[in-house]
Design a protein around this ligand. Structure first.
Ligand code: HXC
Ligand code: NAP
Length: 298
């Protein structure tokens, strides 16, 4: 991502340091890159150390600056504390946190096991809370200000069939955003959330559009703007919310989807017409994608 693609002046984020969970891939990587381009120091946290290191090296080679890769599993409170130690040692108190890490897959709800529910909820619902709690305690103890941006979905407003653990978990994060905006706002820690519409990433497409391959976003005619999101558009919104210039924005969930939610509901209602065979095919493709990624985790 180049500076010219962003809407801000050079150096807007200099003096800032931001932690992006799930920053090794997808949307997290894009937001991390934009923040780096605008002068912030950035830490990216995820489970696959090699992926993080490759991303950090590539971003620093392209833009200079500092990207700190930190292996961390947000399902584990001790791992989060170690990640926070690394960040505080390297940057001092970070000025921003993006709760972006997530897990998801489409499935008929009756096909889920308790472990299947936990696989999503432990990352999204519990992991995002535990990360926020660890950072919040440190910010409060140090008297530091910060901005927290959580990446949710428009399903926080209307739910979604076939991704029920994700919809439940993201709605919980939206509730956390509104609650802590009030509880910690007076301590200088503010909370907002972004609900992106379709911004194609490998992680998302493989798990949520498993039967469509390369054709996944070929027809965007139902979207009022007729297209998917552009990464700089998302990065602009995240940067805006992180910057103190937006300090009075607190407790909001903001959609960035071209009006998809209003036009279509923005969820997976259309999958009600899928056959048993389509569900079985989806499960196989999702499993294959997840196995490849699992091999990269230590
Ligand atoms: C039913 C499934 C399943 C499927 C897994 N499970 N896939 N059940 N249908 N397709 C079940 C397994 O059978 C198992 O239960 C349980 O889930 C745990 O499976 P594991 O593979 O051991 O899970 P784990 O290694 O913890 O991996 C978690 C994961 C994985 C979520 C399943 O995909 C992952 O790590 N994802 C991280 C990245 C990611 O998901 N990115 C997409 C974000 S996109 P049993 O009982 O059989 O043992 C996103 C977009 C939203 O959020 C918005 C779009 C508009
Ligand atoms: P992605 O590339 O698969 O990103 C998910 C990231 O989370 C990965 O980097 C993954 O890295 C990390 N992660 C997963 N479990 C983790 C754990 N336990 N601890 C630490 N990190 C973990 O998918 P994406 O599309 O960019 O999604 C990013 C965010 O945007 C998610 O919150 C998603 O729900 C949201 N979103 C995306 C879209 C879209 O259109 N793409 C739309 C709406 C919302 P490791 O596997 O290495 O841990």
């Amino acid at each position: 991502m180049r500076l010219e693609e962003l809407m801000f002046r050079p150096g807007l984020m200099s003096g800032h340091s931001v932690v992006v969970t799930g920053g090794g891939t997808g949307l997290g990587k894009e937001m991390a890159e934009a923040l780096l381009v605008l002068g912030a120091r950035v830490a990216i946290a995820g489970r696959r150390e090699e992926v993080l290191r490759e991303t950090a090296d590539a971003l620093m080679a392209a833009h200079g600056g500092e990207v700190l890769p930190v292996a961390c599993d947000i399902r584990d409170a001790d791992s989060i504390a170690l990640m926070a130690d690394r960040v505080w040692d390297a940057f001092g108190s970070p000025t921003g946190l993006i709760n972006n890490a997530a897990g998801n897959f489409i499935s008929r709800t009756e096909d889920l096991s308790p472990r299947g529910f936990d696989a999503i909820a432990n990352i999204v619902f519990r992991g995002s809370f535990l990360t926020t709690l660890e950072f919040g305690k440190r910010w409060i103890a140090g008297g530091n200000s910060a901005s927290v941006v959580s990446i949710v979905t428009t399903w926080v407003w209307n739910g979604s069939p076939f991704v029920v653990p994700s919809a439940m978990s993201k709605a919980g994060i939206a509730a956390m955003t509104q609650s802590l905006a009030v509880e910690w706002g007076g301590k200088g820690i503010r909370f907002n959330a972004i609900a992106p519409g379709p911004f194609p990433t490998e992680g998302m497409t493989k798990r949520l559009k498993p039967n469509e391959g390369g054709a996944a976003y070929a027809d965007m005619s139902q979207n009022p703007l007729g297209r998917v999101g552009r990464m700089p558009e998302l990065a602009n919104l995240a940067t805006f919310l992180l910057h103190p210039g937006a300090e009075y924005v607190n407790g909001q969930v903001i959609a960035i989807d071209g009006g998809d939610y209003q036009a279509t509901g923005g969820n997976f209602a259309a999958l009600r017409s899928w056959s048993d065979e389509q569900w079985s095919q989806a499960r196989q493709s999702i499993k294959a994608a997840a196995e490849t990624e699992k091999a990269g985790r230590s």
